[in-house]
Ligand binder design. Sequence first.
Ligand SMILES: Cc1ncc(COP(=O)(O)O)c(C=O)c1O
Length: 382
Amino acid sequence: MNELIKKILKNKKIPERSSHGGEIYNFNKEIIDNIVDFSININVLANSMLVYNDFKNSFKLIGHYPDSSSNDLINSLIIYLSKISSQTISKENIVVGSGAMDIISTFFDLVINPDDEVIITEPTFSEYRWCIERNSGKIIEVLRKPENNFRINPKTILDLLTEKTQVVVICNPNNPNGLLEDKNDMIQLIQQLNEKNILLFLDSSFIDFTDDDGFYEHEIHNYPNLFICRNFTKFFGIPGLRVGYAVSSPDIIRYFKKYQKPWSVNCVGQTFADFLLKIPNFKETTLQYYKNEYKFFKEKLSIINGLKIYPSNTNFILINTEETGLTAKKIKDLLLLRNILIRDCSNYIGLNEYYIRISIQKHSENLYFLKEFSEIITNFSR
Ligand SMILES: Cc1ncc(COP(=O)(O)O)c(C=O)c1O
């Protein structure tokens, strides 16, 4: 490290970055155009439900600073959330950010002081770790077990609490397995943490795909320690516009807003998100599609020998390929030759080199995937 870097960084923690699904930018243009991306868990119907003419107006706003408080979007979210949770959610309960990632990082910047402990249940989304390490927090790791379909065990988490525990992070449904947690387990956990003034950070990035959507928003009035992070990335299908939001008690939201960067969410993102909430039958159409397609996809996968398929409530499925003798890397490389990209999950803590994640795409693409994947497993397994 040279003297300049030493001087400017001093003891600052600079954590390592990890890789994600959907990272297609390293391929050349021709490959990108032809690839079917099963690594990215975004609602495939979202694009077709957008009426682009409606959105032209949002571009007229780009000569102005965006509304720093995202007032219009928050008003629409109040209506949307109050409908799905049958609970009154008010302006004081919501903050909008630039994608879930902005919500996650601002949250940890706000609540973590050096040596505070944060419990994470692995395997899970890797960026919590990055946010905690940046703030010199201490990560306490709990493993989700394959034999429990990677669900959490509240008792194991509660046994690890100390005076230094500041936050417990739960991603529900969890990435990479997609399974919903048991609601009773979750309430037990939230309640016991609340009694000890410990925050529960609930990443609900995929909850819109499930029947539990709205359930936890209902609880924010009972549990002021509950902080729910949501986004427009996955279900509403606009990862490129970066819009997310959080729902929590007025006290936490107030401090969060004070701490957040000004103009976090651009005006196009704010307006698009607002329109998306108002598209008739968006939710029903998406849920029906994934219900049918998941059933079809899972049935076809279960015919292929040597796969352990984990249950999911979302638009992606975690698979263990150990019995086939084929590593995730090998399968990924073989599928890439057939223009299919999947998520090699071997870099998730708590998984090994035999885990892959497949996201359900359009029916015709799923048929293509199932044919090619089945052929590869049949021809190359030991
Ligand atoms: C569980 C989870 N949370 C948050 C994010 C980040 O979402 P966003 O793109 O809205 O920042 C991801 C992205 O993959 C995710 O899987």
